[in-house]
Design a protein around this ligand. Structure first.
Ligand SMILES: C[S@@+](CC[C@H](N)C(=O)[O-])C[C@H]1O[C@@H](n2cnc3c(N)ncnc32)[C@H](O)[C@@H]1O
Length: 319
């Protein structure tokens, strides 16, 4: 209970106060440099040490601040995350996740796979949060491929999301087995994962929150075995303009409102819809995957529900 109080305060500072504080800092910085420029009457110079910026939803923030602000969002939504997902997507996220996993077909089926010294797949579910993808992967490997060896490491930067995942794992057959592991990690720097050790890297609705998406994709490439697969399920760009208008109206009006009514947290859900808008298009994201060295099959992605979400895949070339 007590641990909640500082977290709530931190969240409020980062989500609300942060906007004002950052705006204040920036404008203070500008006004002092303007004053200096006027006094010295020399042409204004762009400061060489100006901090790099990125977006946090529609806000521009210093790169160093984004991780904290994203952390505050997910700490705030962790306990209501699964319920809110169902409400916001009208349950459709479950169908997308089922399709994502079925299509990847995790696990080594002893009847159809060539004999191998390795047992099962080693799967890394990045930004795995409350474990939605991991549980589906393990269920699929066990029930469809009769594979009781495939294992999933759920890695997430946020301890509150991981705690919800661990709680959910207790209701599954995988709790306290070597098949399921939870690790606190930043997708951009996976030092604890050896090179070429992973068969399948998944990231679902996580990558749009990363500060340096390109660094995370490079890390995916590093940790995957040759022939290993990078698979990303993420919100994307709707293809039909009419459907897009309806979808945007729903997401920008209903989602923050549901967040306010159900989770008493409008700001976090406002960020979530803004972050979807800022995420690259299907082709831009496909090109980022290619740039990291992956082979991209076909056009590189599959649209789901008219492009509300998309699955992108890349294969690390076999040497
Ligand atoms: C929208 S949730 C998705 C959770 C889960 N994959 C799902 O599909 O339900 C996004 C997750 O990304 C995590 N995340 C954000 N930035 C991260 C980073 N740099 N490294 C690892 N995880 C990150 C958040 O903590 C959060 O748990």
């Amino acid at each position: 209970m007590n641990a909640q109080i500082p977290r709530q305060l931190l969240r409020r500072q980062l989500l609300v106060g942060g906007k004002r504080r950052l705006a204040g800092d920036v404008s203070r910085g500008f006004s002092s440099s303007v004053r200096q420029t006027q006094q010295q009457t020399v042409p204004p110079k762009i400061p060489r040490d100006a901090p790099a910026t990125t977006h946090f939803g529609f806000e521009t923030v210093a790169e160093a601040l984004k991780e904290q602000k994203v952390g505050a969002v997910f700490s705030s939504v962790a306990s209501s995350y699964d319920t809110m997902n169902d409400l916001m997507s009208l349950g459709i996220h479950r169908l997308w996740k089922d399709h994502f996993v079925r299509n990847l077909n995790p696990g080594r089926n002893p009847l159809t796979s060539p004999p191998s010294s390795e047992q099962g797949w080693n799967i890394l579910d990045i930004a795995g949060g409350t474990g939605d993808i991991a549980f589906r992967m393990l269920d699929h490997a066990s029930t469809i491929n009769n594979d009781a060896h495939t294992r999933v490491t759920v890695a997430d930067i946020n301890v509150d999301m991981l705690a919800e995942g661990k709680k959910r794992a207790l209701q599954s057959p995988y709790a306290r087995t070597p098949r399921l592991k939870f690790v606190e990690a930043n997708a951009e720097k996976l030092d604890m994962i050896p090179d070429s050790s992973i068969d399948l890297y998944t990231v679902a609705f996580g990558i749009r929150n990363f500060t340096h998406k390109d660094a995370a994709i490079r890390e995916a490439y590093r940790v995957l075995k040759p022939g290993g697969v990078f698979a990303c399920l993420e919100f994307s760009k709707v293809n039909n303009p009419l459907f897009d208008a309806v979808y945007k109206r729903w997401s920008f009006s209903a989602i923050p409102l549901i967040g306010q009514l159900v989770a008493s947290d409008r700001d976090s859900y406002q960020y979530l819809v803004e972050s979807i808008e800022k995420f690259p298009s299907q082709t831009e994201f496909r090109d980022m995957i290619r740039k990291a060295g992956f082979l991209v099959p076909g056009q590189g992605w599959e649209d789901l529900t008219g492009g509300i979400a998309a699955i992108h895949k890349g294969v690390k070339p076999a040497k």
